[in-house]
Design a protein around this ligand. Structure first.
Ligand SMILES: Cc1ncc(COP(=O)(O)O)c(C=O)c1O
Length: 455
């Protein structure tokens, strides 16, 4: 057995993020104003984000420098290991070579601080006093609380009610780092109060929580909003993952045939995949890139590629994305972070261009793969991550049948230490598979905004 952990030194930490907008074969469709339906400019976003982040959102530069202050924080856990899963390969009896990029080593336990730290830094630089955000599973809220604390900014998190109830420890993490977390829908905002009037027991959704966080930022000059996924600048901050992985593969003389990650809003997928997608676009490398989602929230596999709002109250700009409709209320499955109705425009664009693939899995096979991985490799993955693990397992089992020794890499986006209730349900045989009914999707899709020239 040669090296298990392929490690880079701190000196080898990437000094720039990669912006795929510079290499796209066709530019991204424009972001539209929710009122006029016309393309928006940087000034339209200024109430919500600091200008440095807005400029990154629209930048066409291929590489953007990572400020030293951000690199210094990254060094608390980066570069993260690329691990060869020898033991799992053996357990699966596959000739495939399986690698994973291990993002669970960050203080909050996921990939999320790669952008949280960057966003807190640029907000601080712009004099912002408080940041509002939403969180699903609590990974993002805890990452932003961690980052805001380092840059001395207040952090307010609207946490999807169902996760708030299921995962009290995530809230306590946020509070330990000084963040303030309330369940969403809350009675603190117009958007929250409106939902509560209709349904006092609403389990919440990321779309509702975004409406609340955006409302507070839009109404206060010294408050800005931060999103943990979906937007171009967020995906770009995550590319440190793939940039490191490419160097690590060079060190061992390998290169992936298959790149896999789960998708909620698309950020950990993009983080690993975009630097490899560049090789596919520019150098015509033959790589299969797979995005994995739950059947309970099948955004890419069953949604439509249309303009839609990012939130339920219809306040955000319109993004062209695969969507299940902005009023989609997901079933309470255990992957809180994968229950978003939309998807990052960059990921959708790549899917539309045929550069990446998408698959959907039920909860039970996902947890089966997570347990198989944990019993071989030790680490217990987050339920979100386990979707990528299921797809990896299937690719490895296909290699067993064909006898091919493909190189597969997946993004191990976070640990599952706060998700043990879901493991308990799986191990007790109580976890239910759920397929979102087609009629419900069609109902939500009927409410998509009408955009001229579309459809
Ligand atoms: C561990 C983990 N992986 C993946 C995701 C999905 O988000 P994204 O698609 O933005 O990476 C989440 C979201 O909360 C998460 O916590």
């Amino acid at each position: 057995m040669s090296e298990v952990k392929i490690l880079l030194s701190e000196k080898e930490l990437p000094k720039q993020w990669y912006n795929i907008q510079a290499d796209l074969p066709k530019p991204l469709p424009p972001v539209l104003h929710p009122g006029t339906g016309k393309p928006i400019g940087p000034d339209d976003l200024a109430p919500l984000f600091p200008m440095d982040l807005i400029m990154q959102e629209v930048s066409q530069e291929r590489f953007i420098d990572i400020p030293e202050e951000i690199q210094d924080v990254y060094k608390l856990w980066r570069p993260s290991p690329l691990v060869r899963a020898y033991r799992w390969e053996k357990a699966l009896d596959t000739p495939a070579k399986i690698y994973y990029k291990w993002e669970g080593v960050s203080p909050p336990g996921s990939h999320k601080p790669n952008t949280a730290v960057a966003q807190a830094y640029y907000n601080k630089k712009a004099g912002v006093k408080r940041i509002t955000t939403e969180t699903g599973a609590g990974q993002w809220g805890s990452a932003l609380s961690f980052a805001c604390n380092l840059f001395n900014i207040e952090c307010k998190v609207y946490m999807v009610r169902i996760s708030y109830d299921q995962k009290p420890y995530r809230r306590i993490m946020m509070e330990t780092w000084g963040g303030n977390c309330v369940p969403s829908p809350s009675s603190e905002t117009n958007a929250g109060r409106k939902i509560l009037e209709q349904d006092p027991d609403s389990p919440g959704s990321l779309g509702i929580a975004i409406s609340e966080a955006v409302e507070v930022a839009a109404q206060n000059d010294d408050v800005k909003y931060s999103l943990g996924s979906v937007l171009n600048h967020v995906l770009m901050h995550q590319t440190v993952i793939g940039l490191e992985a490419k160097k690590q593969f060079e060190m061992v003389g390998d290169y992936p045939d298959v790149v896999i990650a789960c998708v909620g809003g698309g950020s950990n997928f993009a983080g690993l995949a975009l630097p490899f997608a560049r090789d596919k676009i520019v150098d015509k490398k033959k790589i299969k890139i797979i995005a994995v989602e739950p059947t309970a929230c099948p955004t890419m596999t069953k949604g439509l590629y249309r303009y839609d709002f990012g939130d339920t109250a219809c306040t955000t700009p319109l993004l062209k994305m695969f969507t299940l409709g902005h009023d989609f209320i997901p079933a309470p499955i255990h992957s809180g972070g994968l229950r978003y109705h939309g998807m990052a425009p960059i990921v959708c664009h790549l899917y539309d261009l045929g550069l990446i693939e998408a698959v959907a899995y039920h909860q039970n096979p996902v947890f089966e793969a997570a347990v198989s991985f944990a019993r071989a490799e030790g680490f217990i993955p987050a339920p979100e991550t386990a979707h990528a693990i299921r797809a990896t397992m299937d690719e490895a089992l296909k290699c067993k049948e064909s006898g091919e020794s493909k190189v597969i890499v997946f993004n191990n986006s976070g640990h599952g230490h706060f998700d043990l209730a879901s493991y308990q349900k799986y191990l007790g045989g109580e976890l239910e598979d759920y397929e979102y009914p087609d009629e419900k999707i069609q109902e939500s899709l009927k409410k998509l905004p009408k955009i001229q020239g579309e459809m």
